[in-house]
Structure formats: structure tokens, C-alpha cells
Design a protein around this ligand. Structure first.
Ligand code: NZQ
Ligand code: ZN
Length: 385
């Protein structure tokens, strides 16, 4: 196991009725900006619960944060934060609203051109407006981590940043808020959490038994509960297990003391930036293509994954690794996320375009060995046609 330092300061309130905890989490005198997306929280009653908890408080609202949140939209919210002297941001929504709100929080207190925040991966952030969240979509882990992914629509650049200043102070996770998710977003959430786990697990062995078995537990839970959520959208226990799994998959716990990959995410972000595919749609396409390209380096962990997650006990290590690839593709497909670019009408044109964007962004050495170059990415995308 490698050395690590681990700290996660986000307070979690999990379960039915927990939105009421906003009353104690938000300072009584705070002037709050409630941020949200395209309106799902108005239709499903989540905003009403937030309003009830904030009765008598001072707040304003900023809606319209789109999926894969746009820098251009978020900068309008930064103006509101400044004009209204906002001193707390409450993000109510999925990963896009939470990520967008992290950016708003940092940009409102940033000296200089706010796009620099993305270009410098958040390293120059020195302050941010305090942030809390009410999560309505189990997927990204953004509710308990300090990362965010932002798109500049004008240039189709989808970039990420990290900063301890934007880590949510608290997050409210009420599984009932996810009952209204459309099937496509249920699937996206399950696949995203699944691939977050894989990115921190299917690398090479470092004898990190706790992390491995924790990852395997999360994967098995997603395999059980993902299809169950599609079949019975209002099953509380299913939603609760999915929600906590997604949070745990990217809150820093799994990556302690182990190598991490993230090539699938890096390639996937460019696919979303260029072609508008949902985040998890890109992951389902790219993940197994990365494995096929890096099979020798990943074979040992893929075989372990086949044994412990899919109960594949026959055959050689190579056979088990192949079984892992096939079973993973079956799972993504069964959830409703196809594993080939052609399913979205995309073909050869993608290959050079994605490699060029990665090069322009300086992301030319991907993966746990930092040996996936733009040329490798081209080969990976060919495997995903
Ligand atoms: O905008 P509204 O109307 O709220 O509708 C949203 C949106 O259309 C809808 N939705 C959310 N909760 C709902 C609901 N509809 C009905 N009932 C509910 N309870 O779902 C749609 C998608 O929402 P979005 O927030 O975009 O989805 P997700 O949570 O999957 O977030 C994706 C974004 O997070 C980034 C992705 O790149 C993408 O931009 N990621 C963030 C990460 C992080 N911060 O750590 C890591 C991830 O790897 C990922 O990159
Ligand atoms: Zn993701």
C-alpha cells in the first residue's frame, strides 16, 4: 500500500426528511444564494422543502444551470453573488449544479480572469464563498469532494479543477429526492459511480486489501441495485444504497494508498465537450477500450475483478481478464448505456478531434503509468468504434 494523507470535512445528513437540517446548517444571518438547474426541483417538491427549511431567512435564487455546466452561465451567477453580497451558496441538484456552484463560489472571490481557475486546475484559488448542497442525483460524488468540471461552451473546452476551498461544508442526501429521475439519468448515475470505482481499482496490485475489497463491495452493490432502480424507481432501500455508493465512490476513500487511472474520464470529458454526449455515456464507451489497449498492464487486477465481482473462477488469468471485459460491457449495455461510439452516430471523425483536444489541454500522458499518449488515445478510440 502506498503512503497517503486522508481528510474529508463534509458533514453528511443522510435519509428521509433530512432537508429540514438546512435550518441548523445555514448560519441564521447568512444571505444565501440557492442555485439549481433546469427546474426538476420545482416539479418534484425538493425546492418547496428547501423553502420551508429557510423560512424567515434571507435568500435569492439562481436557476438555469445546465448539464455539463457552462462557464458563461456561471459567470452570470458570479455577478449575482457580488451584487447581492451573498455569503453562503446552497446548491440543489445533481453534479452539474454542484460543480457549477463550486465554480461560482471560487470565481466570486477570484482576482483576475476566472477561466484561469480551470487552466491552473484550481491551484490559484485562495478563497471561496462557503457552500452546502442538497443532492438530487446519485452519480458524481461532487457532494463530498472538492472537484468540479466546467465547460466553456464557446470553445467546447471541458476542464476540471480541485480546491479545498470549494469542498461542501455539508451535504444533504435524501434518497427520496431521486425518485423522479428519468431512466437515462438513473443509468448515468450508476455507470458514473461504477467507473469512478474502476478508475481507482483496475490498475495494478499494491496489496491494498481494504481499498480493493471496498471497491469490490461498491461494484457488486451497483450491479445489484442499478437494474433494481430501473425496475422499481420508488424503492427506498435501492435508492439509499445507490446514493451512498455513489458518494463513497468518489469522496477520496477509494483512492487512498492506491494508483489511479482516470484515462477513461479524461477521454470522456473531451467527447462530451465536442459532441454533447452525457458524461456517463462517454464512460461506457471508453472504459473497456482502455482496458483492451492496456491489457498486459491491467491483466492481474482485471482477473481479480472477474473473480471477486462476477464470480468467474475458471480459466487462466488472461481468460478471466477477458471475462471481466465482456461482463462489464454487458452490465453497461443492460443499464441502457451502449459501449460503442456508433450507437450515437459517431465514427472515425472523433479520433483525431479528441486527440487534438487532449493535446491542446496538455493531457498527453494519461493512466496510472502516465504512458497513454494522444497516439494511444487514437488506438483506444478505434477500439470503441
Ligand atoms: O437541471 P435539472 O432540471 O435539475 O435536471 C437534471 C438534468 O437534466 C436532471 N435531474 C437531476 N436530479 C433530478 C433530475 N431530474 C429529475 N429528478 C431529479 N431528482 O438530471 C439531468 C442531469 O443532471 P446532472 O447534474 O448533469 O447529472 P450528474 O449528476 O450526472 O452530473 C454530471 C456532471 O458532473 C460532472 C460531469 O462531467 C458532468 O458535468 N462530474 C463531476 C465530478 C466531480 N465533481 O467530482 C466527477 C464526475 O466524474 C463528473 O465528471
Ligand atoms: Zn465521472
Amino acid at each position: 500500500m502506498n503512503n497517503f494523507t486522508y481528510f474529508n470535512p463534509t458533514r453528511i445528513h443522510f435519509g428521509q426528511g433530512q432537508i429540514a437540517k438546512l435550518t441548523e446548517e445555514l448560519p441564521a444571518e447568512a444571505k444565501v444564494l440557492i442555485t439549481y438547474g433546469g427546474g426538476s426541483i420545482k416539479k418534484n417538491g425538493v425546492l418547496k422543502q428547501v423553502h420551508a427549511a429557510l423560512a424567515g431567512r434571507h435568500y435569492v435564487e439562481f436557476g438555469g444551470i445546465e448539464a455539463n455546466p457552462h462557464f458563461e452561465t456561471l459567470m452570470q451567477a458570479v455577478e449575482v453573488v457580488k451584487a447581492e453580497s451573498i455569503d453562503y451558496i446552497l446548491a440543489v441538484g445533481g453534479g452539474s449544479v454542484i460543480d457549477g456552484s463550486k465554480f461560482i463560489a471560487a470565481a466570486a472571490r477570484y482576482e483576475g480572469d476566472a477561466w484561469e481557475i480551470l487552466q491552473t486546475y484550481g491551484s490559484k484559488i485562495r478563497d471561496a464563498v462557503p457552500l452546502g448542497t442538497v443532492l438530487t442525483l446519485a452519480a458524481t460524488g461532487s457532494e463530498m469532494n472538492n472537484g468540479a468540471v466546467i465547460t466553456k461552451a464557446e470553445t467546447q473546452d471541458k476542464l476540471f479543477f480541485f480546491s479545498p476551498f470549494v469542498q461542501p461544508r455539508f451535504s444533504i442526501l435524501d434518497p427520496e429526492t431521486t425518485y423522479t429521475l428519468p431512466a437515462r439519468q438513473i443509468a448515468n448515475g450508476v455507470v458514473d459511480a461504477y467507473v469512478h470505482t474502476l478508475e481507482q481499482y483496475t490498475t495494478y496490485p499494491v496489496q491494498a486489501k481494504v481499498q480493493d475489497r471496498f471497491a469490490e463491495g461498491l461494484l457488486r452493490t451497483l450491479i445489484e441495485e442499478g437494474p433494481a432502480a430501473l425496475a422499481n424507481p420508488q424503492d427506498y432501500d435501492v435508492r439509499a444504497n445507490l446514493m451512498w455508493t455513489a458518494t463513497m465512490a468518489l469522496n477520496g476513500t477509494l483512492s487512498t494508498g492506491v494508483p489511479t487511472d482516470w484515462a477513461t474520464h479524461m477521454i470522456g470529458h473531451e467527447l462530451t465537450g465536442l459532441y454533447g454526449l452525457d458524461h456517463a455515456q462517454t464512460l461506457a464507451i471508453v472504459q473497456t477500450a482502455v482496458w483492451k489497449h492496456k491489457l498486459a498492464a491491467k491483466q492481474a487486477k482485471l482477473a481479480q475483478y472477474a473473480e471477486r465481482v462476477f464470480d468467474v473462477h475458471d480459466g487462466s488469468e488472461a481468460d478471466k481478464a477477458q471475462a471481466a471485459i465482456a461482463r462489464t460491457e454487458d452490465f453497461f449495455t443492460a443499464m441502457g448505456n451502449p459501449v460503442r461510439l456508433s450507437a450515437y452516430g459517431l465514427g472515425d471523425e472523433v479520433i483525431d478531434a479528441v486527440a487534438a483536444k487532449l493535446t491542446a489541454h496538455g493531457h498527453t500522458a494519461l493512466g496510472e503509468h502516465a504512458d497513454i499518449t494522444p497516439d494511444d488515445v487514437k488506438q483506444i478510440l478505434r477500439l470503441a468504434l
